[in-house]
Design a protein around this ligand. Structure first.
Ligand SMILES: [Zn+2]
Length: 321
């Protein structure tokens, strides 16, 4: 299928774009859907830095609801095996939990059990409870994804249970790596959504459908009670995720309140609103762990700008993916 679309002065050859991501366009996806999705993915609108002190008439007192730390794509290089434990020891006390958004090794390193064991041992030293979601490097992109998943389950499934904490965690019955909890008026949802190759098209489709279902169920249950929502995923959105992000945008438009999609995968700090027309979704891609310490996120009760980020002295440089 070859389609040329003109979107905001971007001429896109979908065939080439999709082959870039090793993605075969599903026949069920209509041209209209593709256009909507591409507009969503390519529309860039930078927003002004957030003023933590800002108040509105309807929301006169801005107060912090919850603080946590997020890391991703670490440890990669041998020196990061030394760096990560140090970063973990320096996680601010106010972090109520920590999340690793996937990729616990480089794509080229073998998916040996020792890697899962090593990283799980490092993360367990964290004072606050740690949640972790799968990255493509330790599962989807492995030579033997089935074997890699056994290791992932063994070392990381329900990882937060290693701590004695009081967060009211739910797990999706059909997919236990997906979790959710409400803390400080914020709904947190963790998803298995990875980048990398499409190792199994049916598996990707089913997982994306499960992810949307999990978001819908949580919004049904908690949507009216919370002031914002945070989605944790690994994937930097691309055409391989259209069947997830198109319905996600629809849910966001219905929810209306602020949403943060927080992910890894691309290694460089990104802060934008690419999901047109759902301008209530802020997307943040975290710095790779070798570039910056875990990102500190503070969420307030502000009606439109609740998300605040502290990169904690991040160096402005990129590293190979
Ligand atoms: Zn990745």
């Amino acid at each position: 299928m070859k389609i040329m679309i003109l979107v905001s002065n971007f001429r896109i050859n979908i065939e080439r774009f999709s082959s870039l991501f090793d993605y075969e366009l599903p026949k069920s996806v209509t041209h209209q859907l593709l256009l909507a999705a591409l507009v969503s993915l390519l529309q860039l609108s930078l927003i002004a830095p957030i003023d933590a002190q800002e108040t509105t008439k309807s929301n006169p007192v801005v107060r912090n609801m919850v603080t946590f730390c997020v890391m991703g794509d670490v440890p990669y290089k041998p020196e990061e095996d030394v760096l990560l434990p140090r970063q973990i020891a320096e996680i601010p006390n106010e972090a109520e939990f920590v999340i690793h958004v996937g990729d616990i090794k480089t794509g080229s390193a073998p998916c040996d059990e020792a890697v899962y064991q090593k990283v799980s041992g490092m993360l367990r030293k964290t004072v606050a409870p740690v949640f972790i979601i799968p990255g493509d490097n330790e599962w989807n992109d492995c030579t033997n994804p089935a074997e890699a998943w056994v290791f992932w389950e063994q070392y990381f499934m329900r990882f937060d249970r290693q701590w004695n904490h009081h967060l009211p965690v739910f797990r999706q019955l059909e997919r236990e790596e997906n979790f959710s909890f409400v803390k400080g008026d914020v709904l947190f949802v963790g998803l298995n959504i990875v980048g990398g190759r499409i190792h199994d098209a049916a598996e990707w489709k089913k997982r994306h459908a499960d992810n949307i279902e999990w978001i819908r169920r949580n919004l049904q249950q908690f949507g009216s009670k919370v002031s914002s929502m945070v989605i944790f995923g690994h994937a930097h959105p691309n055409v391989g995720h259209i069947d997830f992000f198109v319905p996600f945008v629809k849910e966001a438009l219905k929810f209306k309140k602020p949403i943060l999609y927080l992910h890894g995968d691309g290694h460089k700090w990104t802060h934008d609103r690419p999901f047109f027309p759902a301008q209530n979704i802020l997307r943040v891609q975290v710095d790779q762990g070798g570039i910056a310490p875990p990102l500190k996120v503070t969420i307030t009760n502000h009606e439109t700008k609740p998300f605040h980020f502290d990169r904690r002295k991040a160096k402005e440089k990129s590293v190979p993916q």
